[in-house]
Design a protein around this ligand. Structure first.
Ligand code: AMP
Length: 219
């Protein structure tokens, strides 16, 4: 099964994608992570997109389509992808449909995680990522400590776009460009809405319930 995790920045998509990877042996495709890697490598694409990502706007669909094509064409990931942060606008959603046809795959469900603005800010401003193991922590909700994390605390970093100034643009971009996708997937009967305001573990239980309800027609 291929799954789309949809929601505003700070909805917990990355964390829930990691949970799904562990539970169902899937492969996570976070376009945000892939773009940050390009920026870190200072590749040609990385240099081009850095100012766009820094201000919280969307990079061009061509760049994203190339990244996604690479993933969909890999045999080892056949029908085992979780998209985190993609598609981000209607064009990307339409392009994904074409790519899925080309590579003979389909989306099993779109999980839309909704979170109130106050919590979004707390989640984003408290977010810390371990550059060694890749695990996402949160200063308020899921702190990194001796019990939860074995890497040296020096590896914990904040994302440069996780600040109050950029979050306003990221939220506006989400409302204007990304939200219209929901109708697109609702029409395809793929959309499942999840209240993401609770505890991470409780939200994952809801996600597992939805996936279990799909299995009857998946296999
Ligand atoms: P994220 O890690 O998903 O919050 O993404 C971080 C940033 O990467 C976004 O604010 C955008 O600048 C860029 N980005 C990530 N995914 C996409 C996408 N599918 N389309 C366009 N830009 C994206």
């Amino acid at each position: 099964m291929n799954i789309i995790l949809f929601g505003p920045p700070g909805a917990g998509k990355g964390t829930q994608a990691d949970n799904l990877v562990n539970e169902f042996n899937l492969h996570k495709v976070s376009t945000g992570d892939l773009l940050r890697e390009e920026i870190k490598k200072k590749s040609e694409i990385g240099i081009k997109i850095e100012p766009i990502v820094e201000k919280g706007s969307l990079v061009t669909d061509d760049i994203i389509n190339n990244l996604i094509t690479k993933m969909l064409s890999k045999k080892e990931f056949y029908n085992r992808l979780i998209f985190d942060g993609y598609p981000r606008n209607l064009n990307q959603a339409r392009d994904l449909d074409l790519l899925l046809k080309k590579y003979k795959q389909k989306i099993s469900c779109v999980l839309s995680i909704n979170v109130n603005k106050e919590l979004i800010l707390k989640r984003i401003l408290g977010r810390q990522i371990c550059t060694n193991c890749g695990v996402i922590f949160n200063y308020h909700f899921r702190p990194s400590n001796d019990k939860t994390h074995s890497c040296d605390p020096k590896f914990l970093v904040k994302r440069p776009d996780d600040n109050e100034k950029v979050i306003t643009n990221r939220l506006e971009t989400y409302i204007k460009k990304s939200l219209p996708i929901l109708d697109f997937y609702d029409n395809q009967k793929l959309l499942y809405k999840i209240d993401g305001n609770g505890e991470i573990d409780q939200i994952f239980i809801k996600i597992q319930g939805i996936i279990a309800s799909l299995e009857a027609w998946l296999y």
